[in-house]
Structure formats: structure tokens, C-alpha cells
Design a protein around this ligand. Structure first.
Ligand code: LMR
Length: 391
């Protein structure tokens, strides 16, 4: 039986991690997978996390099972960060811990499918795993163009997708720091989206994986809050993997918003049943560390300061790239207005291969770069290589 399986290619983005490690050129640059790096090129554990982990070692008295919903105190502690302190419909929202934001996306899509959603619409390009998860779940996907020619979000394409959608469809929207383009919806776009979804009755599935890495914790959540204040139902996948630097610990959540007090326990019971069948229970360690930070005022401040310094550095690199103007045929100026870890450069496959073979610069096959992989020490080399390869 098993011999009949056909060979699958490795995940292209994750394969880059290995290719990069195997390259022994001293001046190599990793712009592949989305992890934050300091100006020295490191991805250290947050000091607030280190302290929370120490507290966990000292205070945790059991590792007995918690249940499919995971650490509910973690889920509750995140709510004011995500939804703000005065979110009017907070009583209509329940949540569950998931293995990373990926687990949140999977659970949200599986819940939508179980609820009878026909098709999930998404702007493309998107994080490649979005489509893979939908395919694996057997959910039909509808696509529309995300980035317009002028470097803003393609609202005309979104309007058309909503018009083409059936009333029982859902739409997946990146909350901030769009992966891969860095092109986010403006506040005016979010307002229009809220109206369009309300009129059509589409179910929003919001993916908030980079809160705090764009313009700040509040601004980065403003769009999803606007949608969720106005619509009766929504699902949200949330990740702490980037904004707490917990990548391999897989820390995320799914939030479910329902209309009316009686349906919320029903929605949550479906979430719990799906989690049980998928992974039974989420891993505890990282979520417990996040909870310890958010339950402690001083640690929360320390975490917010660490996050702010990440955001400042990312935006400094963006500004520095934009200052370079045009590199070969690539206009770097729009990068100043984009947000988050990523940007897509319009390079051909051959040019991306030449960046790797001739200059030891590793980027995704889509032309996506991780802005945080650039430092004041390697950015000139990058701009030079880009000029040479694309000129
Ligand atoms: C990325 O897009 O690089 C990250 O979200 C990591 C991943 O799992 O793909």
C-alpha cells in the first residue's frame, strides 16, 4: 500500500532553510522564511519570554492534560491585546488555543466547512499554506487579485469577488502585514470591506499573524476590530509565533464570534471536537509563557518594548531600501509604505536563482523577501546584487 505513494516535493519555503545552512559562503544573506532578525542577524528569545519561562519552571506544578481548548487563561489574556479594552461584542467571542496560527487557520476553515460554507475566497498571492490547508480540507477556494498596479490593495478585485460570491461563502483576509506583499488595507478599505461583507452576508475569516509588527498593536488590529464590531459572525486565526518570537513552540489561537448567547457554546463545541480529531490538544509551553507575561504588568511592558524595537527596526530597513530608489529594474520606493516582514520583488525565476547562485542571497521562489534578514551590514550588498541581476 504505502509503496504506491508518489514522491512529494518538500515545502519550497521550508526547503530554503536547509539550502541556506548548507551554503558555506561567509557573506550569505537569508531572506527566506519569515522570522525576525536583529541588526546582528540573530533571532534571540525575547527577554520577557526567558523570564516567563523561568517563572514557569518555578511555579508549574503539573503537566497533566488541559483539554482540546488548551490553556483558556492564555486565550482570555490575549483578548484585550487583540480586541482592545472596550470591544463592545466581547461577550459574543469565545476562543481556543491552537498549535500556531496555522492551527488557527486550519480550525477556522474546518469550522467554516462544517457550518456549510461553500467556498472560501482569498486574495492572491497569499501565504502558500492557506491554499494547501484548504485543499487538504477539501474546501473550494475562490481567488481574487490582492495587489493593484499602484501598490495599494486591489479593492476593485475584492469588490468583484464579493459580488461573485454566494451568500454562504467565506472570505479570508490578512489582518495586517500582508504575507507576502506587505500591502495592507487602509482604514477606508476596511470600512468598505465591512459594508460589503455585511451587505452580502459573507463569513469573514481573519488571519492576524503579525500584530505589532506593522504600525503597533492597536493600529494593526484596527481593521479586524472594525469588521468584528459590525458583523454578526466571524472567525479569527491568531499567531503569537512572531510577536512573541515563539516560532517553534507553535503558539496560536482561534476566536469564534457568534450571534446570540445560545449559539456560542455550540460553535465552541464544534471547535473542540475538530481540535480533538486533528491534534487532540495543543502544546502548552509557549502559550503558558505568553500567559505569564500578560498576567504580569512589568513583563507585559517589557514584551511591548521588545516588540516595538522589532517594529522600529523593520520600518528602518524599509526606509533605507526605499531611499535607494530604483535598483536595476526594481523600484524599491513602495517598500516604505508597505508593512511587516515581507515584500515581493518582481524578479523572474532566473533572476531569483542568480541572486542565490551568484550572490548567496536566499529568497522565496515567489520573489518574496524577509525584510528583517537585511541589516545595515548587508543591505548595500543586497541592493548591488539586485541592481546587477535585474539591470
Ligand atoms: C512564513 O511565511 O515565512 C512563515 O509564516 C513561516 C511559515 O510557516 O511559512
Amino acid at each position: 500500500m504505502l509503496a504506491q505513494l508518489t514522491q512529494q516535493p518538500p515545502d519550497a519555503l521550508l526547503a530554503l532553510i536547509k539550502l541556506y545552512s548548507a551554503d558555506d559562503r561567509a557573506d550569505k544573506i537569508d531572506l527566506g522564511v519569515g522570522v525576525y532578525r536583529t541588526g546582528e542577524g540573530d533571532t534571540p528569545v525575547f527577554t520577557s519570554i526567558k523570564k516567563a519561562e523561568q517563572m514557569l519552571v518555578d511555579r508549574q506544578d503539573s503537566k497533566a492534560y488541559l483539554g482540546p481548548e488548551g490553556d483558556m487563561a492564555f486565550v482570555e489574556a490575549l483578548k484585550p491585546i487583540i480586541f482592545g479594552k472596550d470591544f463592545a461584542r466581547i461577550d459574543c467571542i469565545d476562543g481556543m488555543q491552537t498549535p500556531g496560527g496555522t492551527g488557527g487557520v486550519r480550525l477556522a476553515a474546518a469550522l467554516a466547512k462544517a457550518a456549510g460554507v461553500g467556498r472560501i475566497w482569498m486574495g492572491t498571492p497569499s501565504w502558500p499554506n492557506h491554499a494547501q490547508i484548504m485543499k487538504d480540507l477539501g474546501v473550494e477556494v475562490g481567488t481574487f487579485n490582492h495587489a493593484a498596479e499602484d501598490g495599494t490593495a486591489d479593492m476593485a478585485a475584492l469588490r468583484q469577488a464579493v459580488a461573485d460570491a454566494a451568500p454562504n461563502d467565506a472570505i479570508l483576509l490578512h489582518g495586517c502585514c500582508h504575507n507576502p506583499t506587505g500591502i495592507d488595507y487602509s482604514p477606508a478599505d476596511w470600512k468598505e470591506i465591512t459594508g460589503l461583507l455585511a451587505d452580502k452576508g459573507l463569513l469573514p475569516i481573519l488571519d492576524l499573524a503579525y500584530q505589532g509588527l506593522g504600525d503597533g498593536l492597536e493600529d494593526d488590529a484596527a481593521g479586524v476590530r472594525m469588521v468584528m464590531e459590525a458583523l454578526p459572525e466571524a472567525l479569527m486565526a491568531y499567531s503569537c509565533d512572531k510577536n512573541f518570537g515563539l516560532y517553534r513552540d507553535r503558539v496560536g489561537a482561534v476566536y469564534m464570534m457568534g450571534e446570540g448567547a445560545d449559539c456560542l457554546p455550540r460553535i465552541a463545541s464544534n471547535g473542540a471536537a475538530l481540535a480533538r480529531a486533528n491534534w487532540s490538544m495543543p502544546p502548552d509551553h509557549g502559550a503558558a509563557a505568553v500567559r505569564m507575561i500578560l498576567e504580569d504588568e512589568a513583563l507585559t511592558k517589557e514584551w511591548k518594548d521588545e516588540l516595538e524595537s522589532m517594529r522600529t527596526r523593520i520600518n528602518q530597513v524599509r526606509a533605507r531600501l526605499a531611499e535607494a530608489g530604483v535598483a536595476g529594474s526594481i523600484d524599491l520606493r513602495p517598500l516604505a509604505d508597505q508593512r511587516g516582514l515581507f515584500a515581493v520583488l518582481p524578479l523572474s525565476k532566473d533572476q531569483i536563482a542568480a541572486m542565490r547562485s551568484d550572490h548567496a542571497i536566499y529568497m522565496a521562489g515567489s520573489g518574496r523577501i524577509n525584510i528583517a534578514g537585511l541589516t545595515m551590514g548587508n543591505i548595500d550588498k543586497f541592493i548591488k546584487a539586485l541592481t546587477k541581476v535585474s539591470g
